[in-house]
Design a protein around this ligand. Structure first.
Ligand SMILES: NC(=O)c1ccc[n+]([C@@H]2O[C@H](COP(=O)([O-])OP(=O)(O)OC[C@H]3O[C@@H](n4cnc5c(N)ncnc54)[C@H](OP(=O)(O)O)[C@@H]3O)[C@@H](O)[C@H]2O)c1
Length: 437
């Protein structure tokens, strides 16, 4: 049949094609729309990297661009650790089951790390660091973010930080600095990547060293993008300074630093955060969003298209040889327009200011937790000596007593396993010493 039509077109002209008049009228418009859509779809990553056996942690891996990155890495055989707000969640269980089936990769897990709570971040990081021998880690992808729609009041995290600053910047800062030892300890031949999702709105960011986390400044409800942009700009400054610190660290084996920090701007996407933002977080806004969907479909990228720059940041070999933290946009290394990203002194100052704030906030939150703790927990805490075991929030003595009983939570299980591991190690040492004697 197509050959017949083709023959007829060649002999008699295109008018023999059924519906030719319609095609002639609308084809140019469809072609133009197609070309515009293709252009706004952005660039594709052409780098391929063998991901089998590699271990990646992903924040925001349950939605939008982060979910796409998690899916692609899992499809390529990587082990995925999704850092999520809550692990006891039926939706999450189904989500992981589904991803395991679709990627034919069963090494996909979730760990609790609620970025709206510094305590939760510390608990997760301590648990990870407590693993003996240290766990393999090939990369951390930081995609989680909160974006507050315009005309919504200021929102805060569990620690009382402005929500966008707390989730997008402070918690990722906290997570990565706590995981610093796990990143530095990776063997020298391992190409470790830390990718931070950035945003063009960082050009709207307003820095203030007196109030780096937007705690005392008036919250601009009519332009929340400036707060969101500030969180992304600070993430960029952090990447630069943290990379310098990792580069300066002298490894025991004297090998050069094998951890690369990269910020990647995925572009403007048709994801839940954009939908919430454009619809102003209202039902009417949502209806309007769906009515105007053809516009968003043409001009905004899909989550898959947005994930390309992040996949590039994780795969491009060139990046491993570059000095300093790089910024990626449209699968290319680009220079940012913000002068602060070239000011090392300022980057240091913001790093130190954030560290100080985190310390203050954590101390405050710990006091609050202690005050709100039920009486038994308070008693256990008093009995505790030495440093606080923030990873488990359970006193060591209480775990030691019932180490063989069924643990009720993953944290309790990990704590009990750690005690058993320590006991086994000390028994083995004693035995060795006994033999030598
Ligand atoms: N969308 C855009 O147009 C755009 C443009 C430029 C840059 N970006 C950046 O790209 C990244 C991904 O954006 P997206 O639009 O794909 O995001 P999204 O679909 O809105 O997903 C946000 C993710 O962050 C997680 N998250 C939020 N708060 C959290 C918390 N307290 N603890 C742990 N996880 C939390 C969410 O988990 P839940 O599933 O539990 O909610 C979700 O997985 C972000 O960093 C964003 O800034 C986006």
């Amino acid at each position: 049949m197509p050959i017949n039509v083709l023959g007829a077109v060649l002999l008699e002209g295109p008018q023999v094609i059924p519906g030719w008049e319609l095609i002639k009228t609308y084809a140019p418009a469809v072609a133009v729309v197609g070309a515009i859509k293709y252009y706004f779809g952005g660039s594709s990553n052409i780098w391929e990297r063998d991901m089998h056996g590699r271990v990646f942690m992903i924040t925001g891996g349950t939605s939008g661009v982060g979910a796409q990155v998690a899916f692609q890495l899992a499809s390529q055989g990587a082990q995925i650790v999704l850092l999520v707000r809550k692990v006891e969640d039926q939706w999450l269980i189904d989500y992981i089951e589904d991803m395991r089936e679709r990627t034919n990769n069963f090494l996909i897990y979730a760990e609790e790390c609620d970025l709206a709570s510094l305590h939760s971040v510390r608990k997760f990081a301590t648990k990870w660091l407590d693993n003996s021998p240290p766990r393999r880690l090939d990369g951390v992808v930081c995609c989680a973010a909160e974006s507050i729609p315009p005309y919504k009041p200021r929102q805060v995290t569990t620690d009382g930080l402005e929500r966008q600053m707390g989730v997008n910047y402070v918690s990722h800062f906290h997570l990565l600095t706590l995981l610093g030892p796990a990143l530095r300890v990776q063997p020298p031949d391992r190409d470790v990547r830390v990718v931070l999702a950035s945003c063009a709105s960082q050009s709207l960011g307003e820095l203030d060293l007196e109030d780096p986390l937007w705690q005392t400044r008036r919250y601009p409800t009519n332009k929340p993008l400036s707060v969101y942009g500030t969180s992304k700009l600070l993430l960029g400054l952090f990447a630069k300074e943290f990379q310098n610190q990792l580069d300066e660290y002298e490894r025991k084996d004297k090998a050069p630093c094998n951890v690369r920090l990269v910020t990647a701007n995925p572009g403007i996407l048709r994801t839940p955060s954009t939908r919430r933002f454009l619809s102003l977080g209202s039902v009417w806004g949502l209806i309007l969003y769906w009515i105007l969907f053809p516009i968003w479909f043409i001009f905004l990228k899909s989550a898959y298209e947005g994930s390309q720059s992040i996949m590039y940041a994780l795969s491009a070999k060139d990046l491993a040889k570059m000095q300093g933290a790089q910024h990626i946009q449209e699968c290319r290394i680009v220079k940012s327009s913000r002068k602060e990203l070239f000011d090392e002194e300022l980057q240091k100052q913001y790093f130190q200011a954030t560290e100080k704030k985190i310390e203050e906030v954590e101390r405050q939150s710990a006091k609050q937790r202690a005050m709100n703790a039920p009486p038994k927990e308070k008693k256990d805490k008093k009995e505790k000596t030495g440093k606080e075991d923030v990873a488990t929030n359970l006193s060591t003595s209480s775990i030691q007593e019932d180490v063989y009983t069924m643990p009720k939570t993953p944290e309790e299980l990990e704590a009990k396993l750690n005690i058993l591991r320590k006991d086994l190690a000390s028994a083995a040492t004693k035995k060795r010493k006994g033999k030598k004697a």
